[in-house]
Write a protein that binds this ligand. Structure first.
Ligand code: ATP
Length: 309
């Protein structure tokens, strides 16, 4: 079931075209991630969908509802992670949650939320004493307090250390188990790959590509990088390099000392042939690997640009 559909969204600030033409739809229960480098238009897209920024052009529909006619009903359906400045520093997480709960007719019990965001042990500490990761977890809890169907998280892990980021990932996975739909932005590829059902890669206000992480990576599998290293020294690697270059499936090779890298459209066939060759020559291969592709490779392939966090 489609819970959100956006069509041809556009937004310009002065001379900056923040969002040029963005269309996608989100299904119930999925983690849908918008990923892109700084300034790609992620936050602007999210804020238009959240009803915080008015689009210059385009349509936003939550099922049959739109912001023009059904703002009150949409607000009940969605949860938006507040900026940390919206929290009350001199109150505790529990008090913040209780206070936010008063803004809604229906609220999820504070106890449950504290558990979900793993702040039960810190429920009585002042927010100003919390770490960055704990504050971000509280922000997710505040987005959850009205028990919304769709939760928007804008770069919830930016600036956090790896452990704190993983803690946030756990919460996002728990939201999925609760049947919630999560719309996430990030500029961490690894995060998008780990958490998302579908990923929408944006760059300069446009969608570069959109699919499941596996399908995006699959699109690139035409050429894979195979690495080998030889116990018998550089001469063996050099001979194997010469041999590989003559194989039809090998597009190019690169050799450094005893290591050989080759790019092939048929990694298994290439390795069979190469192992036949090394056996015949009695060369011993020390290590062999076929490099896994990541969403980072997808971004580079589609935009021709290096990915920078
Ligand atoms: P980041 O990862 O840095 O948050 P982003 O992908 O979320 O980037 P946006 O924040 O949507 O990107 O910004 C897209 C472009 O629009 C940027 O060039 C930004 O400077 C510009 N922009 C965003 N909001 C405004 C605004 N209120 N006024 C002027 N320019 C803006």
């Amino acid at each position: 079931m489609t819970v959100l559909e956006v069509k041809n969204l556009q937004k310009t600030f002065g001379t900056i075209q923040a969002v040029q033409d963005i269309s996608f739809s989100v299904e119930a229960g999925e983690v849908f991630t918008i990923i892109g480098p700084n300034g790609a238009g992620k936050t602007t897209t999210l804020e238009m969908i959240e009803g915080l920024v008015t689009p210059d052009q385009g349509e936003i529909r939550f099922g049959e509802m739109n912001w023009g006619k059904h703002a009150v009903a949409i607000k009940k359906k969605i949860g938006v992670q507040p900026q940390s400045s919206a929290m009350f520093d001199l109150l505790t997480p529990e008090e913040n949650l209780n206070l936010f709960a008063t803004f809604y007719d229906k609220a999820r019990p504070t106890e449950e939320i504290l558990e979900l965001i793993n702040l039960t042990d810190h429920r009585n500490n002042h927010v100003k004493k919390l770490s960055g990761g704990q504050r971000q977890r509280l922000a997710i809890g505040l987005a959850m307090i009205s028990d919304p169907e769709i939760i928007f998280l804008d770069e919830p892990t930016t600036g956090l250390d790896p452990q704190a980021r993983r803690n946030i990932w756990d919460i996002i996975l728990q939201l999925k188990q609760l049947g919630k739909t999560t719309i996430l932005t990030t500029h961490y590829m690894e995060e998008a790959e780990k958490l998302s059902d579908r990923v929408c890669i944006v760059d300069q206000g446009n969608i570069v590509t959109l699919d499941t992480p596996a399908a995006l990576i699959e699109k690139l599998t035409e050429e894979r990088e195979v690495r080998l290293s030889f116990i018998d020294g550089a001469a063996a690697a050099e001979e194997a390099d010469r041999y590989s270059k003559n194989l039809d499936s090998v597009a190019r090779t690169e050799r450094v000392g005893t290591s050989l890298k080759l790019w092939t459209t048929k990694p298994e066939d290439t390795l069979y042939s190469l192992f036949g060759f090394t056996k015949e020559k009695n060369y011993q291969v020390e290590q062999v690997s076929i490099r896994e592709l990541s969403l980072e490779d997808v971004f580079i392939a589609f935009t021709g640009k290096e990915w920078r966090d």
